[in-house]
Design a protein. Structure first.
Length: 294
């Protein structure tokens, strides 16, 4: 009796998986900032809260249909992660869109970008990481320098969005590792949409939308919620969280460019320099290889 020899199934090279993750992250960043610029065109009619409501509802409808999550099969730990993410999503969107309304797309997204930078610096013990943190802090100090027109509330809202984005990355990373295909993110979006229902209905009743405003909000929902959330969930299952953070470096630059081209929002030389400093800090701290332990 001969023993059967089992040939192991071929595995996809890690470079292929990482390449797919890079493509997903790049598409996510471009889609997100284009959608944010388009959504801001509806602020005057339905307010930032109304745009966020439409975003949450679209994501809550599209993503569960696309991923078909099996919620009953989730463990209690997975359900806790889903609920935490569901609570973070509306806060990050409402804080960011309110900040965009007050200080513009480029500056709001640049300050929000401190969230991924914090993820990249968590646990860092190298001198280069300290230097990057100082460089990023200098960029923020220039952005928030006192001026007659400085809107500190808008900046504070952008920093709140930054804290929520850091939580979003870590929660989404944990969910993507345990639940394939973006199921955790889809469930979180569905729950978030339900939680935002009374707020959104109240805003739209008091601020009746025009056809144009509703079209802008729906477009923002697709480009800034459904597409990025699904891309991020799939990407975080292929790449580590720090690598995800570095590709988020695209967001401040894309946001400033979208604000200039689509909204006519101009930044001065110092503001562009601050964006460059924060992006450079994040890129350096992630790309610099850690020291080998002896």
């Amino acid at each position: 009796m001969s023993s059967a020899h089992t040939t192991p199934a071929p595995t996809i090279p890690d470079t292929t998986s990482r390449g797919a993750g890079v493509a997903l992250m790049s598409g996510s960043a471009l889609s997100n900032q284009t959608g944010a610029a388009i959504g801001s065109l509806a602020f005057d009619t339905i307010t930032p809260a109304g745009v966020v409501a439409v975003r949450q509802w679209i994501a809550g409808l599209v993503l569960p249909v696309a991923t078909r999550p099996r919620l009953r099969e989730f463990t209690s730990a997975q359900r806790r992660l889903v609920l935490a993410l569901a609570l973070v999503l509306p806060v990050i969107n409402l804080a960011l869109y309110s900040a965009i309304d007050r200080i513009g797309l480029g500056l709001a997204v640049t300050l929000e970008f401190l969230g991924p930078l914090a993820v990249a610096l968590i646990g860092a013990r190298r001198r280069i990481d300290l230097a990057c943190a100082v460089l990023a802090a200098a960029g923020v100090a220039v952005l928030m320098r006192p001026q007659p027109s400085t809107d500190y509330l808008g900046m504070g809202l952008a920093l709140l969005a930054a804290a929520c984005w850091a939580c979003y990355i870590l929660l989404n990373h944990a969910l993507s590792r345990s639940l394939p295909g973006g199921q955790g993110t889809a469930c979180a979006c569905g729950i978030s949409g339900v939680l935002f229902l009374p707020i959104g209905v109240g805003v739209l009743v008091t601020h009746p939308p025009t056809v144009a405003a509703l079209g802008f909000a729906v477009t923002a929902g697709v480009l800034s919620s459904a597409v990025p959330f699904l891309c991020d969930a799939l990407a975080l299952g292929r790449v580590p969280a720090p690598l995800f953070a570095i590709f988020m470096s695209l967001n401040p630059v894309l946001a400033a460019t979208a604000g200039l081209l689509l909204l006519g929002q101009h930044l001065d030389v110092w503001q562009w320099a601050s964006i460059a400093a924060i992006v450079t800090a994040n890129t350096t701290t992630v790309l610099t290889p850690p020291r080998t332990a002896h």
